[in-house]
Design a protein around this ligand. Structure first.
Ligand SMILES: Cc1cc2nc3c(=O)[nH]c(=O)nc-3n(C[C@H](O)[C@H](O)[C@H](O)COP(=O)(O)OP(=O)(O)OC[C@H]3O[C@@H](n4cnc5c(N)ncnc54)[C@H](O)[C@@H]3O)c2cc1C
Length: 476
C-alpha cells in the first residue's frame, strides 16, 4: 500500500492509538484519529482523587502483555504502580478460606492442582494454536496469525481440535476432564466482567487467560501503573505524530468503493482507508456511552447481519469513600457473587493504594446473564437486564455487610464516580461455531474498511493492541 494513503481511525482508546503507532512504525504518517470524548484511553480510565489517580476501568497487566510493552517503550512509560494483593470473603462477610491449605481442603486442592497441570498440557498439545491473537480459522479448526511472543513470528496450521473453543468454557472443561479448573479461571474472568462460563465461548476465555497469563494471575505476578492505565495512552497520544482529535462528533461515514467520506463536527473529510475501533454492534445499545455503528456508518446488509449478533456485558464500577476506620486491608473477591443467580451483587471491592485511607474503593458488578440452554439470542436480547439503580443499591448494601460501608455525606453514600461500561463485546457459542469470525475477517478491507478493537480479539488492553499490530502487519 502507498505510504501516503490517508487513513481515518475511529476511537482514541488502546486499539485506535496503538493502530496509529504501528502504522507510523511502518511508515504511514497520513492518518487521523477521531475520539468522541474529551480524553483518550477509552476504558483505560483513571480519574484523579486527592492528587492520586484511581482506576475506574482497566487496572492491571501481566508480563506477557507484549503489545502494551511496545507502547511503554515507544511512549516512555513503565509499569510502576502499587503491588496488588487480595483475599476472599463469604456472603456473610467472614473470610473465605477456599485457597488456604487447611487440612480439610487438601484433597480438593490436590485434585485441582492436578487438573490445572493437565489443562496446561492439553493447551500446549491438543489445542496447539489456541492462544494466537484474534479468532481467524478457529471455528474451521485452523490457526493463523502471529505467535504471542516478543518477536510475534507468523504462524499457521491446521488443528481440528480448535473447533472445541466455540463451546462454552464450562463444557470445554468438562469434555476435557478438567472441570475444577474453572475455580481458578473464574477469578480474573467473571469478576473482571467477562461473563459466565456457561455462556461464553472457551476461545475468549483462553485467548485472554492463556496458560501463561493464568499462572501470572495465580502467582500475583501483575503489572499496574502509578498514574493509572489511562496514563499509558495519554503518553502514547503525545508521542504519535498526530494526536487524537478529541470531541470529534462523527455524524456520517459514506463509502463509495473508492473513498471514505466522513462528516465530523459539521465538516467533510475524505480518506482512502477506514479503521473502526469503536463498537461494531448495530441497533440500539442499552448503554449511555455506546452508539450503534449503523447510527453513523452506511453499513452494508452483510455488516448489519453480522454486527447485530454482537452482545456486550453490563459491567459497572462504582467508586466510593469508606466510613472512617472501616477501610479494608486488601481487595476482596466474593466468589459466590460470581454465580449468575447473584447478578447485580458486588463481586469485588478493590483497594488500590496501601496505607491510603482516603483513596476510593471501587466495586464491580455484572447485570445480565444468558441461560443458553433455555433462551434463544432473540429471547435473551428482549429480556430486561437487572436495572442499573437496583444493582448499585445491592452493591452498597453488600459492602456494608462486608464491613466496608460508605461514608455518609448529606444523608447519602459518598459515591464519587460511576462507570457504566459497554463492556467485552462478543458473540455467543452458536454464532462463534457458525464462523462469525471467519465471515468478518473475510470482509477486512472490503469497502476500504478495516475492523479492530475489542470484538476482534478480546476485551483487554493487550489483545486489542495486539490485534491492531496484527491488522497493520496483515494489510498495510
Ligand atoms: C472496569 C474495567 C476493568 C478493566 N480491567 C482491565 C484490566 O485489568 N486489564 C486489561 O488489560 N484490560 C482491562 N479492561 C479492558 C480494557 O480497558 C479494554 O479492553 C480496552 O480499553 C479496549 O480498548 P479499545 O480501544 O478496543 O476500546 P475502548 O477502550 O472502549 O476505546 C474505544 C474508544 O473509542 C471511542 N469511540 C467510541 N465511539 C466513537 C465514535 N463514534 N467516534 C469516535 N470515537 C468513538 C471511545 O470514546 C473510546 O475512547 C477493563 C475495562 C473496564 C471497563
Amino acid at each position: 500500500m502507498d505510504k501516503k494513503t490517508r487513513i481515518a481511525i475511529i476511537g482514541g482508546g488502546p486499539a485506535g492509538l496503538s493502530a496509529a503507532m504501528y502504522l507510523e512504525k511502518k511508515g504511514y504518517k497520513n492518518y487521523v484519529v477521531y475520539e468522541k470524548t474529551d480524553h483518550v484511553g477509552g476504558k483505560c480510565h483513571s480519574p484523579v482523587h486527592d492528587g492520586k489517580r484511581y482506576e475506574m476501568g482497566a487496572i492491571m497487566g501481566v508480563p506477557s502483555y507484549y503489545a502494551v510493552h511496545d507502547i511503554e517503550e515507544f511512549a516512555g512509560v513503565t509499569h510502576d504502580g502499587p503491588k496488588l494483593n487480595r483475599a476472599y470473603k463469604n456472603l456473610d462477610g467472614s473470610i473465605d478460606h477456599r485457597f488456604d491449605k487447611k487440612l480439610t481442603r487438601i484433597p480438593h486442592l490436590l485434585k485441582l492442582k492436578s487438573q490445572v497441570k493437565k489443562m496446561g498440557r492439553l493447551l500446549e498439545t491438543k489445542y496447539k494454536g489456541y492462544d494466537i491473537c484474534g479468532h481467524l480459522g478457529v471455528s474451521e479448526g485452523r490457526y493463523e496469525g502471529f505467535a504471542v511472543t516478543p518477536g510475534r513470528e507468523p504462524v499457521k496450521g491446521v488443528n481440528p481440535n480448535l473447533k472445541d473453543l466455540a463451546l462454552p468454557f464450562n463444557k470445554f472443561c468438562e469434555i476435557n476432564g478438567v472441570p475444577l479448573v474453572t475455580e481458578i479461571w473464574i477469578g480474573p474472568f467473571t469478576s473482571f466482567g467477562y461473563g459466565y462460563f456457561d455462556e461464553i465461548p472457551a476461545a475468549y476465555v483462553l485467548k485472554y487467560l492463556d496458560f501463561q497469563t493464568m499462572m501470572n494471575f495465580v502467582n500475583v505476578n501483575l503489572w499496574t501503573w502509578k498514574d493509572g492505565t489511562q496514563s499509558i495512552y495519554e503518553a502514547l497520544n503525545k508521542k504519535i505524530a498526530h494526536p487524537a482529535l478529541l470531541n470529534s462528533k462523527i455524524e456520517k461515514i459514506v463509502r463509495d468503493g473508492k473513498k471514505v467520506t466522513i462528516t465530523v463536527n459539521g465538516k467533510e473529510e475524505v480518506f482512502d482507508k477506514l479503521i473502526i475501533t469503536a463498537p461494531l454492534q448495530c441497533g440500539t445499545i442499552e448503554n449511555p456511552i455506546a452508539q450503534g455503528l449503523d447510527s453513523y456508518l452506511d453499513v452494508t446488509d452483510k455488516e448489519r447481519e453480522l454486527f447485530s449478533k454482537i452482545d456486550f456485558e453490563r459491567y459497572d464500577t462504582r467508586a466510593y469513600i469508606v466510613e472512617k476506620g472501616k477501610y479494608p486491608d486488601v481487595s476482596y473477591y466474593i466468589m459466590r457473587n460470581m454465580e449468575p443467580d447473584r447478578l447485580g451483587h458486588c463481586m469485588v471491592y478493590y483497594r488500590r493504594w496501601v496505607d491510603e485511607p482516603n483513596q476510593p474503593i471501587v466495586t464491580y458488578t455484572l447485570r445480565k446473564h444468558r441461560d443458553i440452554g433455555k433462551e434463544s439470542l432473540e429471547e435473551y436480547k428482549a429480556r430486561p437486564e437487572v436495572p442499573y439503580e437496583e444493582a448499585q443499591k445491592l452493591v452498597m448494601e453488600d459492602v456494608k455487610g462486608f464491613g466496608a460501608p460508605a461514608e455518609q455525606k448529606d444523608g447519602k453514600d459518598n459515591v464519587i464516580y460511576d462507570g457504566r461500561w459497554y463492556y467485552f463485546p462478543h458473540v455467543f457459542p452458536e454464532d462463534y461455531a457458525a464462523g462469525w469470525y471467519e465471515k468478518v475477517e473475510a470482509m477486512q478491507g472490503e469497502n476500504n474498511t478495516f475492523y479492530a478493537g475489542e470484538i476482534m480479539s478480546f476485551g483487554d488492553m493487550d489483545e486489542t493492541c495486539e490485534y491492531s499490530h496484527d491488522l497493520v502487519e496483515r494489510f498495510f
